[in-house]
Design a protein around this ligand. Structure first.
Ligand SMILES: Nc1ncnc2c1ncn2[C@@H]1O[C@H](COP(=O)(O)OP(=O)(O)OP(=O)(O)O)[C@@H](O)[C@H]1O
Length: 251
C-alpha cells in the first residue's frame, strides 16, 4: 500500500528551488532517502511532516495532506536534524512534556529513552548534552507513544558504532508495526533493513525503487570516492597521486 504520494511537489524559498516538481510514491515499510547535500531531502521530509506547505503540487501521507492537519501529524514520530530542544530543561522534563502532549505519560518517555540508552543523562539539563546525547534524545522523542510512521533525519549521525548498531536493530524490530522514512548519508549499514530507496538531488527525483533492485545503482552513485592520502608518500611511492575508489576487501 502507498504510504506517501507526492505529485509535482515544489517548494521554493526565494530564488532557491529546494524541490522542483517531485512525483513519487513511497510504499509502506522502511524507506531510505539519499542524495547530495542541499538536494532537497530534508525539505521533502518537512513537507511530509507538515512543517512546510508546498509552494505547488501536493504531498499526501496515509492519503491525507499533512499541512495544518494535526490529526494526521499525531500519527507521526519525527527526529529532525540537527536536533533542536529547549536548553534549560532536563531531558526527562522535555520528553515527559512531549509524551503528555501525545496522551502518554512519564513511563512512556522513560521507555523511549531506554531504547536509545538515554536514561543515564535524562536528568541533566539539555544545555550540557554532547551532540551524541542530543541525537539520542531526539531519537527517543520520535519513538514516544505509538507512532505509525517515524521520520528520522540522519539517525546515525554523531553516534558511536555500538549505538548505530542498536538504532538499526530497533528499526528492524519495529518494522512489523511501524513505517519508517529515513534520511541518512551513512546508508550502507541501513541497506539490509530497508525496503525502498528514494534518491533526491538538485530538487528532483533521481531514483525510486525496491532496495534490492536499486542497490547497484545506489552504490555507483554514493560509494565514497576516497582519494589516497598523500601523507608520507614519496614521488616513487606507487600510491602517491593515485585517485579513485578505495577498494574494500569484499568489493
Ligand atoms: N527554510 C529555508 N529557507 C531557505 N532555503 C532553504 C530552507 N530550507 C532549505 N533551504 C534550501 O533548500 C535547498 C535544499 O535543502 P535541504 O535541507 O532540503 O537539502 P538536503 O538534501 O536535506 O541537504 P543535506 O544533505 O545537506 O542535509 C538548499 O539549497 C537549502 O539551502
Amino acid at each position: 500500500m502507498t504510504l506517501i504520494e507526492a505529485k509535482e511537489l515544489r517548494k521554493i524559498f526565494g530564488s532557491i528551488r529546494a524541490l522542483d516538481g517531485v512525483t513519487v510514491e513511497i510504499p509502506e515499510g522502511i524507506t531510505l532517502i539519499l542524495g547530495p547535500n542541499g538536494g532537497g531531502k530534508s525539505t521533502f521530509l518537512k513537507l511530509a511532516t507538515g512543517v512546510y506547505r508546498p509552494t505547488s503540487g501536493e504531498i499526501r501521507v496515509f492519503g491525507e495532506r499533512p499541512w495544518n492537519n494535526g490529526k494526521l501529524k499525531a500519527r507521526f514520530g519525527v527526529a529532525y536534524d540537527p536536533p533542536a530542544f529547549p536548553q534549560f530543561v532536563t531531558g526527562r522534563e522535555w520528553l515527559t512534556l512531549f509524551a503528555e502532549s501525545k496522551g502518554f505519560g512519564e513511563e512512556d518517555a522513560e521507555r523511549a529513552a531506554e531504547l536509545f540508552d538515554a536514561k543515564s543523562f535524562l536528568d541533566k539539563r539539555i544545555t550540557g548534552y554532547s551532540s551524541g546525547m542530543l541525537k539520542r534524545l531526539s531519537l527517543a522523542q520520535a519513538f514516544v507513544g505509538k507512532p505509525e510512521l517515524i521520520f528520522l533525519d540522519e539517525p546515525l549521525a554523531n553516534i558511536d558504532f555500538d549505538s548505530m548498531e542498536r538504532v538499526i536493530e530497533i528499526i528492524e524490530e519495529m518494522k512489523e508495526k511501524t513505517n519508517f522514512v529515513i534520511i541518512s548519508h551513512i546508508w550502507e549499514p541501513l541497506i539490509p533493513v530497508v525496503d525502498w530507496v528514494v534518491v533526491i538531488g538538485n530538487g528532483k527525483l533521481v531514483l525510486s525503487g525496491k532496495a534490492e533492485e536499486v542497490q547497484e545503482e545506489v552504490e555507483r552513485l554514493f560509494k565514497p570516492l576516497i582519494r589516497r592520502s598523500k601523507r608520507g608518500g614519496t614521488p616513487e611511492d606507487p600510491s602517491r597521486g593515485q585517485e579513485g575508489r578505495q577498494t574494500p576487501a569484499n568489493d
